[in-house]
Design a protein around this ligand. Structure first.
Ligand SMILES: [Zn+2]
Length: 304
């Protein structure tokens, strides 16, 4: 073989290796699709704390400082890139429709950043209406206002379906009163519902001590809801497996205790801009994976 030919071949191999290293799409993309395409009894996409903002003063926030790439016990110093909130929500919707094609999409609150931002509610509703699957959502503190009813005006049409493929879904508000909890307890007893029951709520029901301490240091809001103990007692009395999905802490967290399997997902508007895919298999087995939106980089793939 001529020296020229060897040089050409080596060059070509080096280019190929470089392409794989640079894009990182080789085995990773395969792994990604294998979980997405895995058969399941129920496929859920969970994304949360989208904090959609149309306020001009927030438009400049488009970069994440490098320090926020690190987390302590899952807790990150919060930095919302509100200037990209609309683009991130749009991409999450496209990935959901074009690639994942789930049975249901769940959003656990803080859909908008400011409750007086009427345009944000309108744009969020327009985006969520594009989703081909049923959309279930609960209200976070950022969506709630004493001065307007935008949340109900724009999101009132969601949450139409509460039973999908035999699985039952429950939406728990921030501060459920006694009668609401009693009503929940009665509904949890449904003998025909498949396992697990699925409950969406904004705040976490379990958290780690370290996460709680850090959150107290940096933010004023508690990670858990005001009536946490009463909520837990109600859920425990069901004596059936319950998958609880939540947001609020902007961190990924998983804890299984008693009959509760809790999954908290980080905020879509914070690095690394993830959504969570959950697959429920036969016998109610729960499997989950997180996907940064950057994993879906090919526009061609998203347009198919
Ligand atoms: Zn939030």
């Amino acid at each position: 073989m001529s020296r020229k030919k060897i040089g050409y071949r080596t060059g070509r191999t080096l280019l190929l290796i470089l392409a794989i290293v640079v894009t990182g799409l080789g085995p990773r993309a395969e792994q990604r699709s294998s979980f997405i395409n895995n058969a399941a009894e129920l496929t859920i996409v969970h994304f949360t704390d989208t904090h959609l903002s149309t306020l001009s003063r927030e438009a400049k926030k488009t970069k994440t400082p490098w320090t926020h790439k690190f987390s302590v016990d899952g807790y990150k110093l919060h930095h919302k890139v509100l200037g990209r909130s609309k683009a991130l929500l749009e991409k999450a919707v496209r990935v959901t429709n074009r690639i994942i094609k789930p049975d249901v999409v769940i959003l656990t609150g803080d859909v908008v950043d400011k409750a007086h931002d009427r345009r944000a509610f309108k744009e969020a509703a327009a985006q969520l209406n594009r989703i081909d699957a049923p959309v279930l959502l609960v209200q976070g503190e950022h969506d709630a206002s004493d001065n307007n009813n935008y949340y109900h005006t724009f999101f009132g049409d969601f949450n139409r379906t509460k039973r999908i493929k035999g699985f039952r879904f429950f939406l728990l508000p921030q501060k459920p009163d006694e009668s609401r909890l009693q009503n929940l307890e009665e509904k949890l007893a449904d003998p025909d519902a498949r396992s697990p029951l699925i409950l969406a709520t904004h705040r976490m029901l379990y958290t780690s001590t370290l996460m709680k301490t850090l959150s107290n240091l940096y933010t004023s809001a508690s990670l858990v809801p005001p009536r946490r103990e009463a909520i837990l007692r109600t859920l425990n009395r069901a004596r059936k497996p319950i998958l609880v999905l939540c947001g609020h802490s902007h961190t990924n967290y998983r804890e299984c205790r008693d009959n509760i399997h809790l999954l908290s997902t980080s905020s879509l508007v914070e690095y690394p801009h993830e959504l969570r895919l959950i697959k429920i298999g036969e016998n109610g087995r729960i499997r989950t994976r997180l996907y940064p939106l950057s994993e879906f980089s090919s526009e061609e793939e998203l347009q198919n």
